[in-house]
Design a protein around this ligand. Sequence first.
Ligand SMILES: [Ca+2]
Length: 457
Amino acid sequence: MVMPNRWRASFGPHLLLAVLGGAGPAAAGPPPDVPAAARPPNIVFILADDLGYGHLGCYGQTRIRTPRLDRMAAEGVRFTQVYAGSTVCAPSRASLMTGLHQGHAVIRGNSPRVPLRAEDVTVAEVLRRAGYRTAAIGKWGLGEPGTSGIPTRQGFDRWFGYLNQQHAHDSFPDYLWSDEQRVAVRKGAFSHDLFTDEALQFVRGQRGRPFFLYLAYTIPHANSTARRMDSPGDAPYQGEPWPAPEKALAALVTRMDTDVGRLLDLLRALGIDRDTVVFFTSDNGPHREGGVDPAFHRASGPLRGIKRDLYEGGIRVPMIVRWPGRIAAARVSDQVWALWDFLPTAAELAGAAAPAGIDGLSMVPALLGRPQQNHEYLYWEFFEQGFQQAVRADRWKAVRTAPGRPLELFDLAADPGETVELAARHPDVAARMEELLRTARTESPDWPTRGSPAGRP
Ligand SMILES: [Ca+2]
């Protein structure tokens, strides 16, 4: 039986702040338990790893079966124009955690391994100060052991998983981190299954206070170190006439789908699914690692490029959000937003203020189907193959694949596959995009551009 919820019934988040009194970010420590009637929703954020725009049935996949995520989309809102923070893991997660795009983020690449700093304000810190109990489970990648960047020093009450991204390549690890302890893992245990068990246990253990669960799965990332796909089996695809890595990848995606379903079933069984907002998305586009060919399962859908590209296939990701009773069922939204919008979105859901100076906007209106403020632009930069930049403004997308190369301009409304280059035909738009590539960023000492942004002398 779900208790009537006055917040859901009548209160906007700003009113909620007043109800909670000192529960905003200025308050020291979590407030005492608030009455159920005024409690903001639980927030669950599930992040897949290298899951492409085309990997889920509800985004056009025809062979890999994802019935639970498809049903989640049918029960909530499915976004068609949501973007990752970056085209690889660590920087994308840094943008997710801090609300900053890559032109301002403290972490802008997988190497060097720069940790989040003590002064960086994460979404977990914002939610914990608003009274939430917070957990991170899975792959972290934003701080090595002993640094300021580890989850327990970045706002998470509970942490279980891989700190190091290289370590996360091994899905049958010898050890994992539990809070600040290294714990042995039973031989042959598949880490993803441990993460699911831990997530279900965390949710079952919550009473009274709202919770934030950040569940960062490692599926369907490859074991890039051993150059293979780690999977406990190929079911239900063992009989398919596909290359072995493609069977393994499909099996992993379906396994994750099943486990997302288990989590949603638990929320319902506990009578809290109407009090819980669940997000599902990916950290970047699909990979070509571990023997996988992203074309085989059409992993990017209709989009151009994969992981490590700033074309759409590298950065546009699935995004499904479910909140029964508040988010209308079976809605499809083309609202343009990005993972750096999650922090202010979560803050508004919690009735808390987001830190000043971030790049993200709250997408709560878009979630609820109300008029939404749009970004003037979205910005990305990437350093692994030389300095690359991309910007999206309205229907236009510009990519520069190296300093000094010509700006490539695409009209995403007419050409989402980025096949027709238009810079010469729209010099005014190209000039505006050039200006954004220059002004959207500040220089980072850890990721020098070697040559100036936008290829200028
Ligand atoms: Ca990734």
